[in-house]
Design a binder for this molecule. Sequence first.
Ligand SMILES: Cc1cc2nc3c(=O)[nH]c(=O)nc-3n(C[C@H](O)[C@H](O)[C@H](O)COP(=O)(O)OP(=O)(O)OC[C@H]3O[C@@H](n4cnc5c(N)ncnc54)[C@H](O)[C@@H]3O)c2cc1C
Length: 638
Amino acid sequence: MILNSNIPEGSISDKWTNYKSQVPLVSPSNKRRIQILVVGTGLAGASASASLAEMGYKVKTFCFQDSPRRAHSIAAQGGINAAKNYQNDGDSIYRLFYDTIKGGDYRSREANVYRLAEVSTNIIDQCVAQGVPFAREYGGMLDNRSFGGVQVSRTFYARGQTGQQLLLGAYGALSRQIYKGNVQMFNRHEMLDVVKIDGKARGIIVRNLITGEYQSHFGHAVILATGGYGNVYYLSTNAMGSNVTAAWKAYKKGAAFSNPCFTQIHPTCIPVSGEYQSKLTLMSESLRNDGRIWVPKDKNENRLPRDIPENERDYYLERRYPAFGNLVPRDVASRAAKERCDEGYGVGSTGLAVYLDFEDSIKRLGKNIVSARYGNLFEMYEKITGDDPYNTPMRIFPAVHYTMGGLWVDYDLMTSVPGLYAIGECNFSDHGANRLGASALMQGLADGYFILPYTIGKYLSQDIRTKPIDTNHKEFKKAESNAKEKNKKLLKNNGTQSVENFHRELGKIVWDYCGMSRNKPALIKAIDKIKNLRKDFWKNVKVPGDDNNFNPELAKAGRVADFFELGELMMRDASERDESCGGHFREEHQTPEGEALRDDENYTFSSAWEYKGDDDSPTLHKEKLIFDTVKPTQRSYK
Ligand SMILES: Cc1cc2nc3c(=O)[nH]c(=O)nc-3n(C[C@H](O)[C@H](O)[C@H](O)COP(=O)(O)OP(=O)(O)OC[C@H]3O[C@@H](n4cnc5c(N)ncnc54)[C@H](O)[C@@H]3O)c2cc1C
């Protein structure tokens, strides 16, 4: 496998402009003949489908939910970044680029990140034109707030429901194209494989989740916009259905999988409360704008938080990182919370929680303003925990939230399989080893509205002579029969244990060994543990029902089977990367203050794993990262 990132020549600020003016075009009459398949209707998939259809391509779009609107993106809370500099606080495209590269601990590709910062400003205009109700100041101007890892306010938001409002905008654009007949929408269809013919992606296999019917679909190009795989940890803030299956099948068909161990663990989530919990809830990072994080100074504290006087509280982020305070990046804030809890200062019945306190901001701003900014999050918190955060601090703890790893893509967002693209959270592109808050929505919409619609033309302009391929082609038949076989095997198994049990067990291993801190011997041990559990899964899992009607347990079993294989790759990736960077914290490599210690000489690369067969170890390729514009330094938020 040869990885070519296809970064255009020229200075960083000219690359994208030059690319756009020189990229080959597809004429309108040819666009009408080209079929594109888009899998996923979150912000990335919905925006790409709508844009490509608007441009004149024929589009088929797939999602496993009952409506495109239910994609996980709907859950995004806090906001979306853009370098508009509306606050006149020193923001610029360069600064957004720099913050993102630094926030990712110098493990992302400069050219892609610069382009992201450039198009960020268009996204806001596009969404405002669609009617997205971003928060506004009294005079009518769009409001901004701050997110972690930056010293400017560049985050646009719609209360704590930014993802929902943005997705409604993208869904509106998509619906318009469905109505015009330019997009054929397949709800409740799950992609089970990519079909490759003569080395190029030429289609997909899907299963209708309601009828059980297997179908083959041809496309001149296939776009995966299938989201992140945080649910490999079982407990995460992701939607319950989020999974890796589409990306994993692409990996098995030759698409390199990059940095699988780079996981984001978000500092402000509602702590785990019991063994049988199946979901964790995020409390948006935006809360760190006005909330202050602290633990008692005394290990054996048993007073209520409001009874603990100011001088007996440790505002540990403000103490350790005076320059950024409560707004340090997520990896730094999560590790600091873990450190305090490990030392015995944690609060709540498990000791695995810290306080997020709004007392000061309510005094400073008044309850009404705090409520206008965060009211729905406060309500959600109260419903789940029974505590009223207006009167007592929230209790929070880090939880799995986002996966920076994903399918390797070049500058065009194409994977290592020609004609197969990956956009949004399912690719690895822009966030390096740690994603800054409010930048996933920015990336998903940048990819879908503004980048892929240009870059895909480069490939398709060379493919205009390809006629639709009959889905009776042997490669379609083979892939369809493999997908059926796998499901039959699961159904015939007749074991005794539920899919859920296996998923919970797997998640525990991945969290314990590849969670907030990692070390070599444990990672090696975890590979064997996962292998053994995987064997047990295929021997003892019980999947009821059959595959010719609605069977959610079967769909889940297929996803968990893929999580097993992914979990093993994550351990390999984490053990190969013998340094700490961003969210990948190897205990062996830390500064005296406990910060992540990179090894730039040996690890300035993105890993890209190539599948070599079920019984063989995957091959590690390395995309060397070149820093021409920013000089990597030890990150400091002090
Ligand atoms: C609770 C929460 C809050 C967040 N808040 C923010 C925030 O404020 N700001 C921010 O920038 N980021 C936020 N994020 C991150 C952000 O929401 C996600 O990274 C982003 O929405 C992912 O969008 P996506 O389009 O890539 O994928 P998703 O929205 O996950 O969509 C995936 C799509 O793929 C489809 N799909 C998946 N697999 C298959 C398959 N096999 N077959 C068919 N269809 C398939 C699904 O049906 C779905 O339509 C948050 C994340 C969480 C968990």
